[in-house]
Design a protein around this ligand. Structure first.
Ligand SMILES: Cc1cc2nc3c(=O)[nH]c(=O)nc-3n(C[C@H](O)[C@H](O)[C@H](O)COP(=O)(O)OP(=O)(O)OC[C@H]3O[C@@H](n4cnc5c(N)ncnc54)[C@H](O)[C@@H]3O)c2cc1C
Length: 574
């Protein structure tokens, strides 16, 4: 691709077939796929910088350091009623590759029943698991990790591609917790089974983690795996925000024109020959549509934006998983913490001197669990909440075994804890993205609606009890003691709810703010072919079209939707 740092550098007179607003996870993939046709010219307009200009993105262990930097939009939610009115930080990447350039790289596809439900909710049969799986496998390059540890028994090769571009692997560290956790899964098999591979469509159970990391121990993102391998029929314009999509003529609904610029005082317009594709992510995409006059008429009027297409669904239906960080007390001597491996990067990163950097992973822990609460769990049997999942292969909660904190004898403290993210992956609460001014450079109001529904609280609470059961397995006797955060004596519903409301946050896996629905449905933002309802020449391809949360982190599902969109768009012009 040819990369331009500023709008003024962009060559004049190029007739782009496709203009893509947002060079993130979905946008980079769709640009790459469309550019496989050498006759098509593709322009990607990205608000942020290049991933090449932020070398830390390459080092997997640095992921938490990337948030709240100049490559992050640094969003904050509106006060969340479900969180005692706390407003929480919401990182979203502002860089080529989007969130795939600054996420935690966990690679999870979701369950078969969830994809089959997407097909039904979106009105597109090609979203079924049996169609999406081959697309994900074709794009995948299963890779051995840099330490060349054996990954046999850590994944199922039948569900992984070897010849694609996106590197996926199952790196791990030798750590006593590995065996203990798997032993606990055998002991408590019915509730916490071992799962050889959560990416086979049946994610329930405890599995070895898989990450989008390459054989050089570097992050594999939509920018590094896809976009950086395109040729000069792709132009990438950085540091430039798409402010609006516009009709090509008065009273037209053909939205092939984009308006963009580095700030409100210097804006340009370009018209695509074929289509404009909006890929700004769960907050950027509804913002662009709303500022373009596509949204709820009354809300647009209040913001001072003339409505062109009345669609009350734009920016609604935001579905966001909720997480809470919990701490248990392990006997550290037995867990024998190892130092994080240090390696030298094998290649120079934009002239940065070679320095030893923490390699692959931040954490010595290597597993995640997708857990289904039993049918007789209180949220369903006593409180009467309907099961929010798509089927029996889908999870209610997730345990991400994150870290064993190191003791600090030099300062006389033993602050070692076993740290776990506990998440409710199927929230029933829905949030929104709204605009309150007609200036596209003003941030939208983000309301993920975290723990806004009692059912979500109830499931998270039982998820915590479930985690306590898991960590009381015989395998952990004498090794792990009760939770320290929340304290071990927090056992009643009231205690646990108070803790969760004061500590929970977003799991950063929002979807659905420009959701797909069948043709003619009374709700939804895009049709099954990803076109914005009521328009021509305009589609949305990113996580915002995914109708609801999966039993997964959301980058692989975003890639799945983007692969399908790419096929559908390309097929239209052949
Ligand atoms: C901190 C964090 C950690 C995560 N960890 C994981 C994980 O480990 N595994 C996983 O599967 N998922 C993870 N996720 C979620 C996952 O990365 C996202 O769901 C997915 O990448 C979203 O892809 P997208 O294409 O919808 O949006 P993005 O990748 O966010 O892309 C949107 C792009 O559009 C650009 N943009 C926005 N508005 C405009 C505009 N007006 N003009 C021009 N450009 C614009 C943005 O700068 C961005 O580059 C994580 C997310 C976060 C934030």
């Amino acid at each position: 691709a040819d990369v331009f740092q500023s709008m003024d550098d962009l060559p004049e007179g190029v007739n782009y077939d496709f203009i893509i607003a947002g060079g993130g996870t979905g946008g980079s993939l769709v640009a790459t796929r469309l550019a496989q046709n050498p006759n098509w010219k593709v322009l990607v307009i990205e608000a942020g910088i290049s991933n090449e200009d932020f070398w830390e993105t390459r080092v997997p262990a640095f992921w938490p350091l990337l948030w709240n930097t100049r490559m992050d939009w640094n969003f904050t939610t509106v006060p969340q009623t479900g969180l005692n009115n706390r407003a929480v930080n919401y990182p979203r990447a502002k860089i080529l590759g989007g969130c795939s350039s600054h996420n935690a790289m966990i690679y999870t596809r979701g369950s078969k029943s969830e994809w089959d439900q997407y097909a039904q909710l979106g009105g597109n049969a090609a979203l079924k698991w049996n169609t999406i799986l081959p697309l994900l496998m074709k794009a995948e390059k299963w890779t051995r990790d840099a330490q060349a540890l054996s990954d046999s028994g850590h994944y199922n090769p039948a569900f992984h591609g070897k010849t694609g571009q996106l590197s996926v692997q199952a790196p791990y560290m030798q750590h006593p917790f590995n065996n203990l956790l798997i032993q606990a899964s055998q002991e408590l098999h019915s509730e916490f089974p071992f799962n050889l591979d959560w990416n086979d469509g049946t994610p329930i159970g405890t599995a070895w983690n898989q990450f989008t990391i390459d054989s050089m121990a570097q992050r594999s993102s939509a920018a590094t795996a896809f976009l950086s391998h395109t040729s000069d029929n792709v132009h990438i314009l950085l540091n430039t925000q798409v402010t609006r999509v516009l009709p090509t003529a008065a009273n037209s609904t053909d939205f092939r024109k984009v308006e963009f610029g580095p700030d409100a005082t210097s804006l340009k317009q370009l018209t695509a020959k074929k289509e404009v594709i909006v890929s700004g992510g769960i907050f950027g995409t509804p913002s662009i549509l709303l500022h373009s006059g596509i949204g709820d008429r009354t809300e647009l009027q209040a913001a001072g934006v003339p409505a062109i297409i009345h669609n009350p669904s734009v920016g609604k239906n935001l579905s966001d998983q909720v997480t809470v960080f919990v701490f248990f007390l392990p006997v550290v001597r037995k867990l024998n913490i190892r130092a994080i491996a240090m390696i030298k990067p094998r290649r120079s990163m934009n002239g940065t001197p070679h320095k030893p950097v923490p390699s692959r992973r931040l954490s010595p822990l290597n597993h995640m669990s997708f857990i289904r609460l039993p049918a007789n769990a209180p949220p369903f049997s006593q409180e009467g909440f309907p099961d929010p999942t798509a089927g029996s292969d889908a999870a209610h909660v997730e345990f991400t075994f994150f870290q064993v904190g190191a003791p600090d004898p030099a300062n006389g403290v033993d602050n070692s804890t076993l740290q776990i993210y506990l998440s409710n992956v199927h929230p029933t609460s829905r949030g929104s993205v709204t605009i309150s001014s007609s200036n596209p450079f003003d941030y939208p109001a983000i309301d993920p609606g975290i723990l806004g529904e009692t059912a979500d609280m109830s499931i998270l609470r039982e998820g915590f009890r479930s985690l306590r059961r898991y960590l009381s397995a015989p395998a952990f006797q004498g090794v792990i003691y009760g939770s320290v955060v929340p304290p071990a004596n927090a056992t009643s519903d009231e205690d646990l709810e108070a803790f969760l409301r004061s500590s929970a946050s977003s799991w950063l896996h929002g979807v659905g703010s420009a959701t797909m629905s069948p043709h003619g449905a009374s709700w939804g933002v895009v049709d099954p072919d990803f076109r914005v309802k009521g328009t021509t020449g305009l589609r949305v391809v990113d996580a915002s079209v995914i109708p609801r949360s999966p039993s997964a982190h959301t980058q692989a599902p975003t890639y799945g939707f983007a692969e399908l969109a790419s096929l559908m768009i390309a097929a239209q012009y052949h």
